[in-house]
Ligand binder design. Structure first.
Ligand SMILES: CC(=O)CC(=O)C(=O)O
Ligand code: MG
Length: 218
C-alpha cells in the first residue's frame, strides 16, 4: 500500500489522536510546569486533523495560538496491555504533527482546573505530515525535530530528550486504551513553543528528511 494511502486511511477511519504533554523537561520548565512523574495524556478529536494544502484556522476568541512540533506514532494493529518490549510490533510508522494550542484557553482552563479540550481539540489543531513508514525511522529516540515561523527558527529538539520514550509511552497508554490501527500518538513537544498570527507560515521537519508547511488563517 502506498504511504499516502496509509495516511488517508488513518484520517478517514477517524481513529483516536492521543497526545502526551510535558514529555521534554525544557518545555515543561519554559511554561512553568512540574516535570511529570507519569505520562500526561489528553485527546484530540479526528475533526482536528488538517493536511498540507489546507490552512490552520485560529479558533474563535483565541488571542494566543501556539505551535508545538511533535513526532507522531501511527499504530498498525490492535493491542491492549502490551509491555514496552513488545509494543513496537504494533507500530506501522510515524508522522510529524503540530499540536496547535490555544494557549490563552489552556491557561484559563489550568487556573480553573478544567479540561484542555477547547485549547487542544478545535478544528485544525492537528496539522499532520505525510506518513513515514516504520523502516525509514530505525531509532525513534534519535530524531531531530524543528519548527520555523516565516523562515525564523523557533523549535529544534531531539527525541533523545523525551522523559518517557516511545515504547514506555505506548505501553502506558495501552494499559488504559485499546490501541487500534490508524490511531496516532503525539509524543510531546520540545522547548521553543510560541505564538503565530494570521498570514504566518509554519514549517516543520525532521532534519535531513521530511518537511511540511502550513499557513495560518483567521
Ligand atoms: C503544556 C502543553 O501544552 C503540553 C503539551 O502539549 C506538550 O506537548 O508538552
Ligand atoms: Mg503538545
Amino acid at each position: 500500500m502506498a504511504a499516502s494511502a496509509h495516511l488517508s486511511r488513518f484520517v478517514d477511519f477517524g481513529r483516536k489522536i492521543i497526545c502526551v504533554g510535558r514529555n521534554y523537561s525544557e518545555h515543561a520548565i519554559e511554561l512553568g510546569n512540574a516535570i511529570p512523574e507519569r505520562p500526561l495524556l489528553f485527546l484530540k478529536p479526528t475533526s482536528s486533523y488538517v493536511e498540507e494544502g489546507s490552512p490552520i484556522k485560529i479558533p474563535f476568541g483565541c488571542s494566543s495560538l501556539h505551535h508545538e512540533i511533535e513526532l507522531g506514532v501511527v499504530i498498525k494493529s490492535k493491542c491492549f496491555g502490551i509491555k514496552p518490549e513488545d509494543v513496537m510490533n504494533h507500530v506501522g510508522g510515524f508522522c510529524l504533527a503540530l499540536d496547535m494550542t490555544a494557549r490563552d484557553f489552556q491557561d484559563e482552563a489550568k487556573k480553573k482546573g478544567h479540561p484542555w479540550t477547547l485549547a487542544k481539540g478545535f478544528d485544525t489543531s492537528c496539522p499532520i505530515s505525510s506518513f513515514i513508514p516504520r523502516e525509514k525511522i530505525m531509532d525513534p529516540q534519535n530524531i531531530e525535530l524543528w519548527c520555523s515561523v516565516n523562515g525564523v527558527a523557533r523549535q529544534r529538539g531531539s527525541t533523545k530528550d523525551m522523559i518517557f520514550d516511545v515504547p514506555t509511552l505506548l505501553s502506558y497508554i495501552s494499559t488504559y486504551f485499546t490501541l487500534e490501527p490508524g490511531d496516532v500518538v503525539l509524543t510531546g513537544t520540545p522547548s521553543g513553543v510560541g505564538p503565530v498570527n494570521v498570514g504566518d507560515v509554519i514549517e516543520g521537519g525532521i532534519t535531513n528528511d521530511l518537511t511540511m508547511k502550513f499557513m495560518v488563517e483567521k
